[in-house]
Design a protein around this ligand. Sequence first.
Ligand code: SF4
Ligand code: SF4
Ligand code: F3S
Length: 395
Amino acid sequence: MLAPTSVPWATGESLGHYFERRGVSRRDFLKFCGEMTAILGLATALTPRVVRALESIRRPSVVWLSLQECTGCTESFLRTAEPTAGDAAEKALHDAMAANKGKYLLVVTGSIPLAEQGVYTTIAGRTAKQIVEEAAADAAAILAVGACAHWGNVQAAKPNPTGAVGVRDVVRGKPIVNIAGCPPIADVVTATIVHYLTFGKVPELDRDGRPMFAYGARIHDQCPRRANYDAGQFVERFDDDAARKGWCLYHVGCKGPQTFSPCPIVLWNTRTSWPIGAGHPCIGCTEVGFWDTMTPFYRRLSNVAGVGVERNADLLGAAAAIGTVAGVAAHAGATMIARMRARRELPVYGQPSMTPPSGAPGVTLPADARVPTAMSSTASPLPNESAADRGRPDA
Ligand code: SF4
Ligand code: SF4
Ligand code: F3S
């Protein structure tokens, strides 16, 4: 990734030429394209198409609105300290929208407060709602980056005093991609933009508006500690021996079984680590309403609905709606995770040593471990789960 620079990409200049001018080697550029192809879950054969599309594009116009937020999303994506502010920013905004009418990408971070006529976020005398509506009117597509722009986030947690909502609650009739997470992984934002530039449309979305290539599989089904979960090996306290061994965090509150995100595969901070890799439970930050639905964060989920590898949020929701998880087709071939694993393109870092799956040669299970034989949300108990725990919220 390029560091923030004072050498701007000139209007009319191709990206390939700009990279050349910046001293980016052909090798690094091809590597970047290969990584984006992998993250998008595309076949390797499509990498040349991504290369051609990216090297030939001229500078696209992106309008970026920062509303009611903590700037974490912007930091995650840009890691820059060169903001443009004040009148210059307002002028740049309006010039860009006028010059690229109907063609620009609108990126929004932050929620939109609607209470009290929107007074909780105003910029240059206009409310966030007015600003978003104006910018969205002539946008080709919208990226709502982060949980705040997606659905309102912590500001929208009960009792939601500012009436915070996400972009989709204000804008209608435009393609809106929700890049979920607090904040989201920068590579997912980049890959979504690469998809748009390569194919001229937004990627396939789930029912929550999230790109399927990134949010099409549960954390739990991609987690390096899943073998420990299946073997009934759980951390009970953050300072116990199981924690040191890197066992499953389900008993200390991990929400991975109900969270859809590519964190275990794409990782964070230029592929350094991720929450569970660092020994902390997933708090479900890519799911709508997680401050209300996933709390208390350090209490275990009472039940895991729809256990089965490669479910996506749509299938899980549909299964729950009809009260069964049976008969839902596996979608392994469609997920980026399966492809990345098969192609071994992205290693998993930051994990303590893993225990092989239960039943594999050389595995010694603890005396009290119970290994589920048929996993079902309606019939089988979870490993080490007492009858009293089952069916009780946050037992
Ligand atoms: Fe900050 Fe999270 Fe909102 Fe991003 S989604 S602006 S990191 S609170
Ligand atoms: Fe991983 Fe959490 Fe699932 Fe355990 S409960 S396997 S730590 S995602
Ligand atoms: Fe968020 Fe869970 Fe990933 S808390 S960062 S979705 S591991």
